[in-house]
Design a protein around this ligand. Structure first.
Ligand code: NAD
Length: 396
């Protein structure tokens, strides 16, 4: 019988038939989800000789949801994901002029998914701008709930911004606002709790995966208390909670200024294993690192709250309206996000099979159009590529 995944004493309890909600996604979501689900099912069947099976259950969000229910993100969807802990989603169209600024942000906030996790690795056969892209193998932990993403800002010329500027100048003695008459103002909250829960997740991940280096990326030379706080609180946390691992050399914590980090990931990417960043820096670094190993069609991601267990795994690209419905999209982003999901619930045999099948097919020169471009090989459709994966999952 299909059962919900639950959190018991801080551990996920996953039955042989877990119910996992999915959001198909808009645009190419339909193309990639259908293919991905068949690959997931084939890998689960193979890994456990038919003893285990996921009960996928669709929940609505995005344009599909709006067309069917009149709501971009029905309460029922959020409640179902809350109740089932783990979910996976395709890309969602952002409503233009709607009440919700971004559906992805809304889901992250509703479930307090504080860690955005993006593993970045190279697959042989993929075009990269680097000479040695295989040296890039970095897992990003981006803080997901604070920083300027809190959305606290006021527009230049508004009454509200004037109130803030008056307060800063009159009550706080601030004299450095260069053009007070025409400035917009934004606020950047960075807290001890917010920083430490993210950095703790990064360190735990490193230890679990036998990775040594955890690097705190920050701009603390300029933003002393916010970005500098992130750095300082990170070191304090490591000293307090991981003294044994630090002493044994199992864990090495270091820090780097964000601009130098963007330089070093190109020059010496093998210096880094796991990196922890504040929200905005993490945003820039995620795309830069994804581009370095071949771009968005193959970049997976997850948003996780390790305390409650809630996690949403997602394709990191958008709805790709230019190729939607044409059976052309690359399904690897959602597939590799699925691999992260299977690792998260402890079904690592499944993710191993899928990752291996992707590696095998890339090395044999099988690609969807986005990756085949310029290689002189014929591009496979989404469904042809997925069928090849399913066939190679069966190979010994
Ligand atoms: P996009 O990622 O949809 O497309 C950018 C380019 O990459 C396009 O040329 C597209 O064809 C290509 N591309 C993207 N995914 C691909 C795949 N799987 N295979 C092959 N090629 C792929 O970005 P955009 O055009 O800026 O955004 C389109 C819509 O998606 C917008 O409504 C945006 O808000 C939304 N969006 C959603 C998410 C999300 O849900 N996580 C992320 C980004 C953008």
């Amino acid at each position: 019988m299909a059962e919900k995944i639950v959190l018991e004493n801080g551990q996920l309890r996953v039955s042989d038939h877990p119910i996992i909600p999915f959001i198909e996604g808009d645009g190419v979501g339909k193309d990639i989800w259908k293919s991905a689900q068949s690959v997931f099912d084939a890998a689960v069947e193979k890994a456990f000789a038919g003893q285990k099976k996921v009960a996928w259950t669709e929940v609505l969000a995005g344009k599909k949801s709006f067309d069917q229910t009149g709501s971009w993100l029905p309460d029922e969807t959020v409640e179902t994901i809350k109740d089932h802990l783990v979910a996976i989603k395709g890309p969602l169209e952002t409503p233009v002029g709607g009440g919700i600024r971004s559906l992805n942000v809304a889901l992250r906030q509703e479930l307090d998914l504080y860690a955005c996790v993006r593993p970045v690795r190279y697959f042989k056969g993929i075009e990269s701008p680097l000479k040695h892209p295989e040296k890039t193998n970095i897992t990003i932990f981006r803080e997901n709930t604070e920083d300027i993403y809190a959305g606290i800002e006021w527009e230049a010329g508004s009454q509200d911004v004037q109130k803030i500027i008056n307060f800063l100048q009159e009550d706080m003695g601030v004299q450095k606002i260069r053009f007070p008459e025409t400035s917009s103002i934004g606020i950047k909250p960075i807290s001890i709790e917010g920083s430490q829960r993210l950095i703790r997740a990064a360190i735990d991940y490193a230890l679990e995966n036998k990775l040594t280096n955890v690097t705190l990326v920050h701009k603390g030379n300029i933003q002393k208390f916010t970005e500098g706080g992130f750095r300082k609180w990170g070191y304090e946390l490591a000293q307090r909670e991981y003294a044994k691992e630090l002493a044994s050399g199992q864990l090495v914590i270091s820090d780097i200024i964000a601009d130098n980090f963007l330089q070093q990931i190109l020059l010496n990417p093998d210096r880094f294993d796991v990196v922890a960043l504040t929200n905005l820096n993490g945003d820039y670094a995620s795309d830069a690192l994804a581009a370095q190993v071949g771009g968005i069609g193959i970049a997976p991601g997850a948003n996780i709250n390790y305390r409650t267990g809630h996690a949403i795994f997602e394709a990191t690209h958008g709805t790709a309206p230019d190729i939607a419905g044409q059976d052309k999209a690359n399904p690897c982003s959602v597939l590799l996000s699925g691999c992260m999901l299977f690792d998260y619930i402890g079904w690592t045999a499944v993710s191993d099979l899928i990752t291996k099948a992707i590696e095998t097919n890339f090395s044999r020169g099988y690609f969807t159009a986005d990756l085949a471009f310029g290689k002189g090989v014929e591009a496979l459709s989404t469904s042809q590529f997925s069928q090849r994966l399913i066939d190679s999952i069966g190979e010994r």
